[in-house]
Design a binder for this molecule. Structure first.
Ligand SMILES: Cc1cc2nc3c(=O)[nH]c(=O)nc-3n(C[C@H](O)[C@H](O)[C@H](O)COP(=O)(O)OP(=O)(O)OC[C@H]3O[C@@H](n4cnc5c(N)ncnc54)[C@H](O)[C@@H]3O)c2cc1C
Length: 566
């Protein structure tokens, strides 16, 4: 049986950062459902935050100010020790990336360029035009090659294995051969990214099903703050391709049907650069009030920036508009609407990336440390993937080297593979029933209509009922029409849908229980933040076949919660 000391699941930035930090004397391997360079991290446009103070208006910036902005942006739900660690580590980390060869954009004097971003007191977002994720990914991937990290592409992890109270490895579906087998590992790090594809409108890649979070949950690992789902204010209308916040950072305006810069009514000081939760709600409110266009979108106007700035700083935005909307932002404003974008919640980890299961770690978007609390600031996610990816790689190495682990027998591994095979046989034996892609489409509609930007009790209750009836349909009638197991998208969906249902149930349960408004979680029936009762994290654990909710206090170091105004 295939065995490694450390197995990293996910080839995005968090996974690559973990792989590069793992002890080179250990056998380290990385599994990814797609080639690593197809991970969603490559789509990151706008940039990565660090208080370098390179911008003329950013000279007084410091990591402490970055931490405060992050905590305020999180609506005070972030754990402050984690946010401080993130922002302190950001500065050396950017220089490390620079040394590895990341081609950051530069100011005329040669220092790394920085631009303003939402919710930030100073311009502190470092960038490479609007292709920041792409260039960092290529740089880290090159390094992974240089280090000869073993990479298994087009393998889908379908189960996390625990035995003797510790993590033992994973079960894999190899898309290229159609085979199911287990891989043994002393430590496993999940860096599996977000779950945007449980919503109809999302900026996320087609592969972002979120199964990693569901797999951890089914293995009994608590997941945290899942009700906090970020909706990005500006995705290209009806295509939902992201138009980076960098476009507003460079000075873009948001305009309604009356030609008004409506952000003046919602965030009179920060205007277009208020945090995302506020801007997304403002846009949706304008659309709902009939101030949008065709009842669906408002406009992002870049024309006043001039052709030179648009071509130099926002070349991908221009390309996206030309190719997907048939318009040139130099000449015409861009139709935009909010879309699901990011998951603040995830697998509960401490600042070492450890979960409650010894030997199992998580980092990046699939994890919840929590540095983003109830709302993430733009540019902080790329940062989190690398800072906490590295920490997870380091801690997992220490764990593997330091302990005498009790390995499971080969019968245990065979038994776990058999369970997955039996499920597949059951789906295949049915000759008719429910097709998984139709079930998935219904799930997306429920989540978008009832667990979206604005929420209220009656919708959330209905959503829960519908999610549970979809589960019943999946379990009792789900079937596989195709018989070829190689590269079977149907089988991928079938295997992952179980976990997608779990995630949606947990998001909805958390949202229903949390009777307050905080960050991205906006309750029409409880529109105020309520620190007395709700300044706490939601944890959901899978116990005896059902989700169990519990709560945990927020770690506060030095910043007392205040009302959030911008
Ligand atoms: C369009 C867009 C633009 C963004 N722009 C920015 C930005 O400018 N700045 C910023 O800070 N943040 C940005 N973000 C957010 C940020 O890019 C992501 O949060 C971050 O890149 C996630 O990295 P990750 O390594 O955690 O996951 P990902 O990059 O999503 O990688 C996940 C990996 O896990 C693998 N995987 C998943 N499930 C399985 C499984 N079951 N089995 C095997 N492999 C699996 C995938 O193959 C993939 O390799 C943006 C996000 C989007 C969608």
């Amino acid at each position: 049986m295939l065995a490694h000391d450390i197995l990293i699941v996910g080839g995005g930035l968090a996974g690559l950062a973990a792989a590069l930090q793992a002890d080179p004397s250990l056998s380290v391997a990385l599994i990814s459902r797609v080639h690593p360079l197809r991970s969603h991290s490559v789509a990151a446009q706008g940039g990565i935050n660090a208080a370098l103070g390179n911008h003329p208006e950013g000279r007084d910036d410091s990591w402490e100010k970055h931490a405060y902005d992050t905590i305020k942006g999180s609506d005070f739900l972030a754990d402050q020790d984690a946010a401080e660690l993130l922002c302190r580590e950001a500065i050396p980390m950017i220089y490390e990336l620079e040394k590895l060869g990341v081609p950051f954009s530069r100011f005329p004097g040669g220092v790394i360029a920085q631009r303003p971003f939402g919710g930030a007191g100073f311009p502190r977002t470092c960038y490479a035009a609007d292709r920041t994720g792409l260039v960092i990914m290529h740089t880290l991937y090159e390094q992974a090659w240089r280090r000869r990290i073993k990479i298994y592409s087009e393998w889908l992890v379908v189960k996390l294995l625990a035995d003797h109270g510790i993590c033992q490895g994973v079960v894999v579906y190899d898309l290229t051969t159609g085979q199911i087998f287990s891989v043994k590992a002393k430590a496993v790090i999940f860096a599996t990214g977000g779950y945007g594809r449980v919503y109809l409108r999302t900026t996320n890649a087609y592969i972002n099903h979120g199964s990693g979070i569901g797999i951890a949950y089914k293995a009994g690992v608590p997941i945290k703050d899942m009700e906090f789902v970020q909706f990005h204010p500006t995705s290209l209308a009806n295509k939902n391709i992201l138009i980076t916040e960098g476009a507003r950072g460079e000075g873009g305006y948001l305009i309604n049907r009356h030609g008004r810069r409506f952000m003046i009514d919602y965030a009179p000081q920060a205007m277009e650069l208020a945090p995302r939760d506020i801007v997304a709600r403002a846009i949706q409110t304008e659309i709902d009030r009939g101030n949008g266009f065709e009842g669906e979108y408002v406009l992002l106007d870049l024309r006043h920036l001039g052709p030179e700035k648009i071509k130099k700083r926002l070349p991908s935005v221009r390309e996206i508009c030309l190719h997907f909307a048939g318009l040139d932002p130099i000449e015409k404003p861009i139709p935009i609407q909010p879309a699901q974008h990011y998951s603040m919640g995830g697998i509960a980890v401490n600042i070492k990336g450890e979960t409650t299961l010894p030997g199992f770690y998580a980092a990046g978007e699939c994890a919840c440390v929590s540095v983003h609390g109830a709302n993430r600031l733009g540019g902080n996610s790329l940062l989190e993937t690398i800072v906490f990816g590295k920490i997870a790689g380091h801690e997992a190495s220490k764990y593997v080297k330091g302990s005498h682990l009790r390995e499971s027998t080969s019968q245990f591994f065979e038994g776990e593979v058999k369970k997955v095979e039996e499920k597949i046989d059951e789906w295949r034996r049915r000759s008719h029933g429910e097709k998984v892609h139709q079930l998935l489409n219904r799930l997306k509609v429920v989540m978008s209509e009832k667990v979206g930007i604005f929420r209220q009790e009656k919708d959330l209750v209905q959503a829960l009922e519908e999610i549970r009836s979809l589960r019943e349909a999946y379990e009792k009638k789900g079937y596989l029409a195709g018989h070829c197991r190689r590269f079977s998208q149907e089988m991928v969906n079938m295997l992952e849908f179980d976990y997608m249902l779990d995630l949606c149930e947990v998001i909805t349960l958390g949202a229903l229980a949390r009777r307050e408004t905080r960050g991205s979680h906006y309750r029409l029936d409880y529109p105020e933040r309520n620190d007395q009762e709700w300044l706490k994290h939601t944890l959901v654990t899978y116990q005896d076949g059902r989700p169990v909710l519990s709560y945990e206090p927020v770690k506060i170091t030095r910043y007392s919660p205040v009302t959030r105004t911008y």
